[in-house]
Ligand binder design. Sequence first.
Ligand code: GDP
Ligand code: K
Ligand code: MG
Length: 296
Amino acid sequence: MTTHKSGFVAIVGRPNVGKSTLLNRIVGQKIAIMSDKAQTTRNKIQGVYTTADTQMVFIDTPGIHKPKHRLGDFMVEAAYSALREVDAVLFMISADEKRGRGDDFIIERLKNVSSPVFLVINKIDKVHPDKLLGIIEDYTSQMDFAEIVPISAVEGNNVEHLMETLITQMPEGPQYFPDDQVTDHPEYFIVSELIREKVLQLTRDEVPHSVAVVIDSMKRDENDKVRILATIIVERDSQKGIVIGKGGKMLKQIGTKARLDIEHLLGDKVFLEVWVKVQKNWRDKQTYLQDYGYRK
Ligand code: GDP
Ligand code: K
Ligand code: MG
């Protein structure tokens, strides 16, 4: 029997080198919104990669670059604190850009990190292979790396190899998240709040504010449509009746309005399926709270 391994991996690098793209590829669906606007509003985004005997939790760290203002300071701090808790760091650079001050700033910080640092050279699809050696020489003259892995996050080249190499660095450890969970991203929470908002608006407060909405799954299908399965949890049968409405009319309205908002949030087409379930006194039970995403 093989032992189970697990650990945390931080992805650092200048803006636009492809960190979110890699994260999305690793977990096989779009969990990190790839727009600059979205990045400024959050600090850590996690993606979970699970195989039969390994689990790796990825942290996408925005803004680990030289701060230009106080908010920048705060974000950089958040990024560095992430580095202290991880089992490996992926320092991502772009093959088509020269090492700059932003990279040097990160390198200075990485020198103090005790976990293994991988140099991930992304966007190799954009440069001639002859260029790689020069890049590697340049960066290794600055610091030592545990591994150097050229990839294309967009095309997927060598990403599998990167995963296999990373796994060798993971310590023995438990599976932290269930098999099918790829993220504990706040996006789930936002989506559930959008649905809850519609329930409250459309039922005109006939359903108490304590109504919960659980996102059972959120997956991107072959046509790049986001499929969301959600459950509205009420405490009484009478409330279930209100939420569903005559002939399902109310639930249909809730779903349509919520879907439009979610599409706006994600910038993608959404297929939303919503169910209603009665769960008495769910608020009293701590384990339920966890299941329902009220985790901090
Ligand atoms: P982040 O700011 O580091 O998270 O970078 P993003 O993941 O948002 O990517 C920035 C831009 O680079 C996007 O337009 C991506 O499509 C593009 N990009 C990311 N990885 C690759 C790659 O491997 N090859 C190419 N050609 N473009 C990439
Ligand atoms: K970006
Ligand atoms: Mg990003």
